[in-house]
Design a protein around this ligand. Structure first.
Ligand code: ATP
Ligand code: LTN
Length: 333
């Protein structure tokens, strides 16, 4: 008998425009694996509202994100692409898993601590129980791998712990998922502050490259990227975080090793190196930006994709949810 395909699943919240960080840390890996795996990717709109969103922006960004997923190479014929809130099983299993995650575990989540510090006036319950909904997103589809950037490792590990706890009580209900994190590009740092992560919600400070930025903007951001007072290109994240981050970006988009990059720029200062990285990024993002802009004009096509995606996702998700409801003792409808 033919062995069943392995499953991959991931999502991104439409809480801002997609960045070079989310592309190199996550989406690039998704697109490369469509043939080998059964793949589910979604726009995590339920997660986005843990931070206050403008409704019109959220709606627009959710569709733009879908167009950008497709433009990054996710063929809707080969990947199931959907909007999280369209598949009601996520919220339902999310509730159940709330009851199997411990207060202490949730309190230790770095993302919760960061986001509460940044949104001190809105530390809501959703922000705290976010990882339970994320665990539901994952466990509904029984994936083998969850391709994410390094910052999400802790959440996938908590999902693992929740699944193990649940299985411990009720038998083997959930498959235990593993994070799938790239070797190069798992943590792209801000261009203006290379000690903090490049992030879509901190776009204003000149440190974030957006997937949809024009070549002129990208060139300017790289020209201004923070480096150090030395003049040579060498990989040393502790001592030279800015230059090392630029090398990581260059390596991720060109496939060149750090040694090769050091040799390529030997004897040349940052005045040559920084624009070269910018140029490589511009050429990587150009086709994505052009295709996403084209797709954004075809709302009927996008609607067809997310509707078909939700239908397929819902079918799979319902099987797991039914099993869970039965195990915990709910009366069948
Ligand atoms: P926010 O600022 O709203 O929290 P974000 O910019 O951190 O958002 P997410 O939506 O949290 O982006 O992340 C989407 C995916 O991209 C996740 O898998 C995450 O791990 C990955 N990712 C995000 N930023 C980076 C980065 N700077 N480097 C590598 N991977 C990243
Ligand atoms: N928490 C993730 C987004 C996310 C996700 C998921 C990732 C929500 N649900 C399920 C992988 C699997 C983030 O903040 N980037």
């Amino acid at each position: 008998m033919e062995e069943a395909k392995k499953t991959m699943l991931s999502g991104i919240k439409p809480s801002g425009d997609l960045t070079l960080g989310s592309y190199l840390g996550a989406i690039k890996n998704w697109a490369a694996r469509a043939e080998e795996y059964d793949c589910y990717y979604f726009m995590a709109d339920l997660h986005a509202i843990t931070v206050r969103q403008n409704p019109a922006d959220l709606r627009r960004r959710t569709l733009e994100q879908l167009a950008q997923y497709i433009a990054c190479g996710l063929d809707p014929e080969k990947n199931t692409l959907f909007i999280q809130s369209h598949v009601h099983q996520h919220a339902e299993l999310g509730w159940v898993l709330n009851c199997y995650a411990m207060f202490g575990e949730l309190s230790r989540m770095t993302q919760f601590k960061d986001k509460s510090a940044k949104n001190a006036d809105n530390i809501n319950g959703g922000l705290f129980t976010y990882p339970c909904l994320m665990a539901a997103d994952i466990l509904l589809y029984q994936p083998d791998y969850v391709p994410v950037g390094d910052d999400q490792r802790q959440h996938v590990e908590l999902c693992h712990a929740i699944a193990r706890r649940f299985n411990g009580v009720y038998g083997d209900v959930f498959k235990l998922p593993e994070p799938y994190i790239p070797k190069v590009g798992a943590r792209i740092m801000s261009l203006s502050d290379p000690t903090s992560k490049m992030s879509k919600s901190e776009e204003e400070n000149g440190g974030t490259v957006l997937l949809m930025d024009t070549p002129e903007t990208i060139a300017r951001l790289f020209k201004r990227a923070v480096t150090d007072s030395e003049t040579f290109v060498h990989y040393d994240p502790a001592r030279k975080p800015g230059v090392s981050n630029l090398m990581t970006i260059y390596s991720a988009v060109t496939g060149k090793s750090y040694d090769k990059i050091e040799a390529e720029f030997a004897g040349q200062g940052y005045g040559v190196f920084k624009p070269a990285v910018g140029e490589a990024v511009i050429e990587t993002l150009r086709p994505i930006r052009e295709e996403a802009s084209r797709l954004m004009k075809d709302k009927a096509y996008l609607e067809g994709v997310y509707r078909a995606g939700a239908e397929k996702a819902s079918h799979i998700a319902e099987k797991t949810l039914r099993k869970v409801y039965k195990k915990v003792g709910f009366v069948a409808r």
